[in-house]
Write a protein that binds this ligand. Structure first.
Ligand code: NAI
Ligand code: UGA
Length: 470
């Protein structure tokens, strides 16, 4: 039987909420704190507010037992053995991470600490943040032996967040204190000793061959850098394959074959080599920018990161050019758009390339019929519906009477549409796919002129000639 630790998680956004219910699932007693009272009320009522597999079930299982929601951080702090700070660290104008939310939480913790507590950075923060938190504690008169600071970065992905949290590739614990390392080891023990996976109702625990994740102990600063470097490296991989896809287009080669061939090398690996319209989301863009700023501040030339950002931005304009060249001109065109979320499986539209492209297309004079399986409610708060933008009930309604259909998010359900039906519904059977969800030959067989990313153009040349007579 593993020890139960009293944990406080500050922030009930994607990471905070997932961490809270997963810690409960691991047997701990959790208080989840948010200063947004509406969120706290919704969570208490069992409404988890975000689209995430397993989250509703876990929230329902624990919200009246092992997880409590409150807006009172001071009261929660007094009971805690470990406090995980999981508030936002957004990008400020210059690219630097805005740490004001972290600072506000640290100050509030400092005013309430009465017994030894481990303060854990779960938010993604720049190197040296641990030292700033320590300074906040000291300035508020907190004795050094009342706290330790740990960096325990989170590597979950939206859409698979619960599974990622409970089945991580590794758990990184960065601290310069043995006592704090011991507390973190106890917290993660159900995963690292494999006992969680043997429970009959464990999430994806059926896989008996599952190897428990290693816990990597590092210095605090190394752990802070591990998180930024990991996200930047993944973004680099995406920008790299996007640059290769441009080269493939120029050479009339197939980037899917190239990525497959590269990915078979175990040193490269197949993941994060999907070309498209550029990475988005609340993390890669801001974390690459923040890491670039960290390098600048430390006097290190890391121009590679700027290049990753440049390629990413140009991938969207290249896609816009692709739509333009498929349609000749854009003004007055009616376009169907499949996907608003920054990737499939989530309702998150933060820094979504799909949203940016829709804005660009509306500026160019297009009108849009958009559909997303989960992100429409959030999108409507940013892009108001009006004469240039309508939200539709499903993919087929979005395709009705349009000059072209654009695929902007890699939702699984967009990859097996009834193509005959789509063809009949559209004014012109043109699909511009920013996610390479289809085999070009299948589109050809269904009479659709198909444009995708980094693949040979022979598949649409013949069809294009017949478009006008459709
Ligand atoms: N979203 C993701 O997939 C991942 C995010 N991260 C990192 O985790 C951190 C949090 O990200 P998200 O969960 O996406 O952010 P979020 O914006 O969804 O949630 C942050 C929450 O903190 C609350 N909050 C802000 N100030 C507070 C305060 N003083 N007291 C109590 N609550 C407060 C907000 O009301 C909000 O509910 C960021 O640093 C992010 O880079 C890391 C891994 C994955
Ligand atoms: O720090 C974070 O917040 C998280 O950021 C990413 O997770 P997430 O943003 O949820 O989503 P990803 O699956 O990484 O996708 C990010 C973006 O890259 C795009 N992408 C991803 C993979 C790929 O091969 N090609 C590609 O264009 C996606 O469409 C999406 O726009 C990382 O994968 C997580 O490990 C990390 O914890």
């Amino acid at each position: 039987m593993n020890d139960t630790i009293r944990i406080v998680v500050v922030g009930s956004g994607y990471v905070g909420l997932v961490a809270a219910v997963c810690f409960a699932e691991m047997g701990h007693s959790v208080v989840c704190v948010d200063n947004d009272q509406q969120k706290v009320d919704a969570l208490r009522g069992g409404n988890c507010l975000i689209h995430e597999n397993y989250l509703p079930e876990l929230l329902e299982r624990y919200r009246n037992s092992r997880v409590r929601f409150t807006s009172d951080l001071a009261e929660a702090t007094r009971e805690a053995e470990a406090i995980f700070i999981a508030v936002g660290t957004p990008q400020s104008g210059s690219g630097i991470a805005d740490l004001s939310y972290v600072e506000a939480v640290a100050s509030e913790i400092a005013r309430s600490l009465t017994t030894y507590t481990v303060i854990v950075e779960k938010s993604t923060v720049p190197v040296y943040t641990n030292e700033w938190i320590r300074k906040v504690m000291e300035r508020n008169g907190v004795s050094q032996n009342l706290f330790d600071i740990v960096s325990n970065p989170e590597f979950l992905r939206e859409g698979t967040a619960v599974r990622d949290f409970l089945h991580p590739d590794r758990i990184v614990v960065g601290t310069d204190s043995e006592r704090a390392a011991m507390v973190l080891s106890k917290i993660y023990e159900p995963l690292t000793d494999g006992s969680y996976y043997k429970q009959p109702d464990a999430i994806d625990g059926f896989c008996t061959s599952h190897k428990p994740p290693p816990l990597l102990l590092t210095s605090t600063k190394s752990a802070e850098i591990i998180k930024h470097a990991s996200n930047a490296f993944l973004a680099l991989k995406i920008s790299f394959i996007n640059a290769v896809s441009n080269l493939c287009e120029a050479a009339n080669a197939d980037v899917e074959q190239v990525a497959q061939g590269m990915g078979m090398d175990s040193r490269i690996g197949p993941r994060f080599l999907r070309p498209g319209i550029g990475y988005g989301g609340s993390c890669f863009p801001k974390d690459v920018a923040a890491f670039r700023c960290v390098a600048e501040q430390l006097g290190v030339d890391f121009a590679l990161l700027s290049e990753v950002e440049t390629i990413n931005a140009s991938q969207k304009t290249r896609f816009l050019d692709k739509v333009r060249s498929a349609l000749w001109t854009l003004r007055g065109k009616k376009l169907g758009v499949l996907g608003l979320a920054f990737k499939g499986g989530t309702d998150d539209i933060r820094e979504s390339p799909a949203i940016e492209l829709i804005q660009m297309l509306i500026t160019e004079g297009c009108s849009i019929q958009a559909f997303d399986p989960a992100a429409m409610a959030r999108a409507e708060q940013v892009l108001l519906s009006g004469p240039n933008l309508q939200y539709m009930q499903d993919a087929y309604e979005a395709a009705k009477d349009v000059d072209a259909l654009l695929i902007l998010t890699d939702w699984a359900e967009f990859s097996h549409l009834d193509l005959q039906r789509i063809n009949r519904l559209m004014r012109y059977p043109i699909v511009v796919d920013g996610r390479n969800l289809y085999d070009p030959n299948l589109m050809l067989e269904n009479g659709i002129s198909y444009f995708s990313v980094g693949r040979p153009t022979k598949h649409h040349v013949q069809e294009f000639a017949t478009v006008g007579s459709h």
